[in-house]
Design a protein around this ligand. Structure first.
Ligand SMILES: [Zn+2]
Length: 393
């Protein structure tokens, strides 16, 4: 199946299989239909409601209106399953296309490509699955994933100290300053707590109150958001390119921990290209800090879930994925492809942002312990699901 028509039919078969699987995994309740109905209502009522939603993420009302117009102009259900969430799908597909283009430029074979889904479900799954008898993979993200990255980027950009001088804005990644900023600002501290607790308990975003975004923080927020999302998408695409999950016999699954490191390494390299080529350059993507923040953010949710479930802070090792600190360390080894003079800057940025994530946790841990032991929040033990395999988290 190397000619054009053959390629089409493999992708069509993969897309067909994706929809069947999505229906059986995520189409068993009314949620998908409700999400789609809400989308159609938004589209029919014009930019009003979308602009209302966009206000939480835009620095001004005019920006929110412009964002709503842009979103509406691109809004489509064409090529989607009946339950794919259109806004998230547009974002993930766009990032997949950028990863594919970087592979094409670098002469990296992408096999017969991927088909993308954004499924109406709670939680934060992101996974890649081979489609049997084709050279195509499915990449599927849970609907709240994109919102999660967005809210994390907003909160972090708002919490990191920014110093504005005459000709530039300097962002501080000093974990001590961040701890101080959380201590000085109970409102922000509470937002972080609610943000993590809501995902841990419901797998769903909180209704984030509109946070005024100072103009100098807007770039930080957008760069963090891109670097996180791009790393996540490139990680899943990496599993596809590296043919993970393609098995020759039923017991030959390879070493899952090594495959996760390899997918992270692929994502780091692709992010380095995207971050360096962006105009202006995106240091979060180029340095591998997007990986640090993406993996760190998911780890914060995992820790919150564990504390609210067990009431202790003995976080167990996982069978399917290496510990987050090891993954971050491995991502750092790809600095060998970075010019000598830039290397210390990249390493320093990753180290500081890893410490920033730890500072967020250090500020919140006792609150989550209190929620469990005194507040009566006792989550049921999680079921281990099939989505643990070849996923991001
Ligand atoms: Zn993975």
């Amino acid at each position: 199946m190397t000619d054009d028509s053959g390629e089409m039919s493999a992708r069509e078969a993969a897309e067909d299989y994706r929809r069947q699987r999505q229906r059986s995994d995520h189409g068993q309740d009314e949620f998908g239909a409700e999400v789609r109905a809400a989308f159609e209502t938004w589209r029919a009522t014009g930019r009003g409601q979308i602009a209302e939603m966009a206000r939480a993420y835009a620095p001004s009302d005019q920006d929110a209106d412009a964002l709503a117009d842009a979103v509406l102009a691109d809004a489509t259900t064409e090529g989607l399953s009946e339950i794919d969430e259109p806004f998230g799908h547009r974002i993930i597909s766009g990032l997949v296309e950028r990863v594919r283009a970087i592979c094409a430029d670098g002469g990296i074979p992408v096999r017969e490509g991927v088909v993308v889904g954004v499924s109406p479900t709670t939680g934060l799954h992101a996974y890649q699955n081979e489609v049997m008898l084709t050279d195509v993979s499915i990449i599927d993200f849970a609907l709240p994933f994109v919102m999660f990255c967005n809210q994390f980027a907003i909160l972090l950009a708002r919490t990191l100290p920014h110093v504005v001088t005459d000709d530039q804005v300097v962002v501080s990644f000093d974990p001590e300053q961040l701890s101080q900023s959380l201590e000085d600002n109970p409102e922000r501290f509470q937002e972080w707590g609610l943000f993590l607790a809501k995902y841990a308990i419901e797998g769903w975003p909180l209704d984030l109150p509109r946070i005024d975004i100072d103009a100098e923080r807007l770039r930080t927020r957008l760069q963090i958001l891109f670097a996180m999302e791009f790393f996540a998408v490139a990680h899943e695409y990496g599993h596809h390119v590296l043919m993970h999950g393609v098995t020759t016999s039923s017991d030959d699954h390879g070493d899952p921990l090594a495959m996760e490191h390899d997918a992270d390494g692929f994502a780091r390299m692709v992010s380095m290209v995207a971050g360096t080529n962006a105009d202006p350059a995106n240091p979060f993507a180029a340095s591998g800090s997007g990986a640090v923040l993406m993996l760190g953010a998911l780890d914060l949710v995992r820790r919150t879930t564990h504390v609210l479930t067990t009431g202790n802070t003995q976080f167990p090792a996982r069978e399917t994925h290496p510990p987050t600190a090891e993954r971050i360390k491995h991502v750092g080894t790809f600095d060998r492809f970075v010019p000598d003079d830039v290397r210390p800057q990249f390493a320093g940025m990753r180290r500081d942002l890893e410490a920033v994530v730890e500072a967020v946790w250090a500020a919140l841990e006792s609150m989550f312990l209190g929620m469990h032991h005194e507040g009566g929040v006792k989550l049921p033990a999680a079921q281990k699901g099939p989505l643990d395999w070849m996923s991001l988290c």
